[in-house]
Every structure is written in structure tokens, then in C-alpha cells.
Design a protein around this ligand. Structure first.
Ligand SMILES: NC(=O)c1ccc[n+]([C@@H]2O[C@H](COP(=O)([O-])OP(=O)(O)OC[C@H]3O[C@@H](n4cnc5c(N)ncnc54)[C@H](OP(=O)(O)O)[C@@H]3O)[C@@H](O)[C@H]2O)c1
Length: 248
């Protein structure tokens, strides 16, 4: 069974909603201290209100795209506030569907800011030896099946997610010398506020016919992330696991 102690601190981005909220709550339930980051104070408070051990949940309201270059210093400041981190779950992200003929560079840059540059700069900050607990520390980022098997309309989003998993593979080889592990998961449809608010009707219809066990739930993704953060996966690094009900 996976369990943590309250001196094992985990940063969770996107902790205010969907998969990130589920990861934060499960880490907390299993005994870890969670530093949950999100933009919406109200949604962060809502997550904490659901926590089994709210005294071990610490909230940080922040837009991760407002100063991307400053993110490594931000992670260091979090360490100075809370102590060294055992791990980090990079769950913040946005989804957009737009075909090539509607490709817009400034929109694409916004997507790359939160789906690629922000998690990469958070990883750079975490890799600082002054910030992490060293051997056994772990990072898990949420990439997407769109970064592997791109469907129509995912020109930008799929590109950002493919870039993220490729960069984190390279990073895993670099930080491996410190005993730090980095893995990605690549889900297909998980039922969250994101998939409800930006539905891609064509993909949803295809998925509803093809997914043997229906759409994924947040806990389907969170359980995999927790495993990859825990020492039960201590021999696993540099991987990008597909969670797609066997579809692709
Ligand atoms: N759901 C799926 O089917 C699916 C499939 C593949 C991959 N993914 C990936 O999984 C991750 C989580 O998605 P989800 O479905 O759980 O989405 P969600 O429910 O919409 O949650 C997104 C989270 O990201 C945070 N966020 C967005 N922009 C931010 C910014 N600029 N600064 C800080 N935080 C920001 C949000 O914070 P606020 O609530 O405070 O705005 C929220 O906590 C994303 O990276 C997504 O690309 C999802």
C-alpha cells in the first residue's frame, strides 16, 4: 500500500480543479503535505475543504504564466517557506481545439506558456539541489494522448504536449544523476471541467463509441500519478504512460 508522511511535501499545480485536485486530495489522504497551486482562490479553498487532513494542505494562489522566467525562483521561495520537496505533480494546463486554418500564433503562445514553458520552468526550479530532498524525489507531469496520436484540431495543444514529454524525457536523464525521477502520463478523455467546458464534439463522439470502459475519471489519472510519485515506482523514470482505455 502507498503511504506518505506529513514531512513529505509535494507541490501540485492545477490543484484547484480536475485531475490536479484529485491528486492533491489523494496525496493528502495518504499522509503527505500538499502545497496546492491554482489561480482561483475560491476553487483552491474548495479543494482544501474536501481534504481529509486540511492541516496538511497549503494553498498558493498564482497564475503560472504571469512570470514564467521567474518560476525557478518561485519554487525556491516555496522551499524557503515550507521546506524541501519530495515531489511535484504538474497538472495545470489548458485545452484548446482549433484546426490548422484557424491557427493563431498569439493563441498558440498562450497554450505553450501554460502547457509547456511553465511546467518546464517549474521542473528547472525543482531540480535545484537546494529545493528537493534528493535521491527518491519525483516529478510527474500530465502530457496528453494528443502529444502522441494527434487528432484533427489538436495542432497546437498536441504540439505543446509532445514538446513537454520530449523535454521531460531529456530532463529525466539529467536529474537522474541526483536520484530524481521524472515521468509523464498521457491521458485521453478524462471527465473534468476542462473536457466539459471545451468539448470537441467529434472526438467525444468517437471516444464514446471506442472506449471499452467509458470515459476516464479523475481518480483513474490520480492513482497513476500517485504511484509514479511514490517509492513503489523507484525504478521507473523517463517514461510517458498512455491512459486511454486501450484505444490508440
Ligand atoms: N481532462 C482530460 O481529458 C485531459 C486529457 C489529457 C491531458 N489532460 C491534461 O491534464 C491537466 C489537467 O486537466 P484537467 O482536465 O484536470 O483540467 P481542469 O479541470 O480545467 O484543471 C486545470 C487546472 O489548471 C490550472 N491552471 C490553468 N491555467 C493556469 C495558469 N495560467 N496558472 C495556474 N494554474 C492554471 C487551473 O487553475 P484554476 O482552476 O485556478 O483556473 C486548474 O486547476 C492539463 O494539463 C490537461 O492538459 C487532461
Amino acid at each position: 500500500m502507498i503511504s506518505f508522511t506529513s514531512d513529505q511535501r509535494y507541490i501540485v499545480t492545477g490543484a484547484s480543479s480536475g485531475i490536479g485536485e484529485s491528486v492533491a486530495l489523494l496525496l493528502n489522504e495518504l499522509g503527505a503535505a500538499v502545497i496546492g497551486i491554482g489561480r482561483s482562490r475560491e476553487r483552491l479553498d474548495g479543494m482544501k475543504a474536501k481534504a481529509k487532513y486540511p492541516e496538511n494542505v497549503f494553498l498558493e494562489q498564482k497564475d503560472l504564466t504571469e512570470d514564467i522566467e521567474g518560476l525557478p525562483a518561485y519554487v525556491k521561495a516555496l522551499k524557503d517557506k515550507y521546506g524541501k520537496f519530495q515531489g511535484m505533480a504538474l497538472c495545470a494546463g489548458i485545452g484548446r481545439t482549433a484546426p490548422l486554418n484557424a491557427f493563431d500564433l498569439s493563441e498558440a503562445r498562450k497554450i505553450f506558456d501554460i502547457d509547456y514553458f511553465a511546467p518546464l520552468m517549474m521542473t528547472k526550479g525543482f531540480a535545484d539541489r537546494r529545493v528537493n530532498t534528493g535521491r527518491g524525489a519525483a516529478i510527474v507531469a500530465i502530457s496528453s494522448i494528443a502529444g502522441i496520436s494527434c487528432e484533427k484540431g489538436l495542432v497546437t495543444y498536441g504540439g505543446a504536449k509532445a514538446a513537454l514529454s520530449a523535454s521531460l524525457k531529456a530532463a529525466s536523464r539529467e536529474v537522474g544523476t541526483q536520484g530524481i525521477r521524472i515521468n509523464c502520463i498521457s491521458p485521453s478523455f478524462i471527465n473534468t471541467p476542462m473536457t466539459q467546458s471545451t468539448p470537441n464534439e467529434e472526438l467525444l463522439e468517437k471516444a464514446s463509441k471506442e472506449y471499452l470502459f467509458g470515459f476516464g475519471t479523475v481518480s483513474d489519472a490520480a492513482n497513476m500519478i500517485i504511484f509514479l510519485l511514490s517509492d513503489k515506482s523507484k525504478w521507473i523514470t523517463g517514461q510517458n504512460y498512455i491512459l486511454d482505455c486501450g484505444t490508440y
